[in-house]
Write a protein that binds this ligand. Sequence first.
Ligand code: KG4
Ligand code: ZN
Length: 351
Amino acid sequence: MLLALESSCDETSVAVVHDGRVLANVVASQIKLHAEYGGVVPELATREHLRNLPPVTQSALEGADIQPKQLDAIAATIGPGLPQALMIGARAAQTMAFALHKPFFGINHHEAHLYSPWVVVAPNLDSGTPNNPPLRADFGNFQPNVSLIVSGGHTILVLVEAELKHHLLGSTVDDAAGECFDKSAKLMGLPYPGGPELDALAEQGDPRAFDFPRPMIRELHDDFSFSGLKTSVRYFLRDQPFILDDPESVRDLCASVRAAIVDVLVTKTVRAAKRLGVQCVTASGGVTCNRALRKQLAEACASNGLTLRLADKSLCTDNAAMVGILAERKLQHGVAPTSLDEEVKPSWPIA
Ligand code: KG4
Ligand code: ZN
């Protein structure tokens, strides 16, 4: 039985994991708090983690119906992320591990994302609620894969050769894909974070209506760049501000911007998988909720004979379940625990 904490950005989350089953995964999101500032304010995030961590921990323990003395290990994300936000979760977990005389596992947030597509909804388990489905790890079907982690802060491509063995293929050299969604949405006057709303409007629009650049799509390396695309949306709207007065044109604009971002993500991910000869593609992170990304990745993988594993929507955004699943796997593979005075690592490359 393992307790996991996640506090690297704007979600305070605590999960209880046992033998690959997620017994509880409680997430307190701060999106509304940061919305009026148009982005995550680190100082506010830190205070909110401090406020939320005790009740979220309590409700995870109650949800799993366990006592702290039943825990075999404690885990927390220790990087990358906002320094003070990370410290809240890491220090709380290290203190619990000390008090309970249990091992502590300091987890890399991106490494945790890599394993969330291997956590599946298991309807035959009795735990869970409609908003918090019963989940269990499916490592029995594990395959080497190319994994896309795509969120508001990161866009990275990783080769996962085996469980716990991976290396970084590429990452964004400027903005993350989620940032490009959010900043484009902001230029259109949509509220923060605009990614989901842009996605919803795009569903009714024509993706071929306006032509936006697909940065680095033809370049054979695995890096990404999205700031130029955001800038072209800015110039497009500077030159044609009247577009925003017509709801149909706004939907077409959303669909066209979404198509540009998704084309780049899908093309580069599938190309990397084929080049490296792996048979499986996985994706996780908040942007993996995007409908066009899910659909286009599915189509591209099917036509290239690749298996696709997308993180369940409940695990796309930041959560402690993925941290717990990875920590438990490390425990089972005999990986040494992390020191109780290990510092947080705000910048921690995945490999
Ligand atoms: O993983 P996440 O919760 O937090 C981090 O950034 O670490 O991801 C949040 C990001 C935001 O940029 C949000 O706009 C984007 O994921 N996002 C979406 C969608 N849902 C969330 N972007 C496009 N389409 C969506 N449906
Ligand atoms: Zn994340």
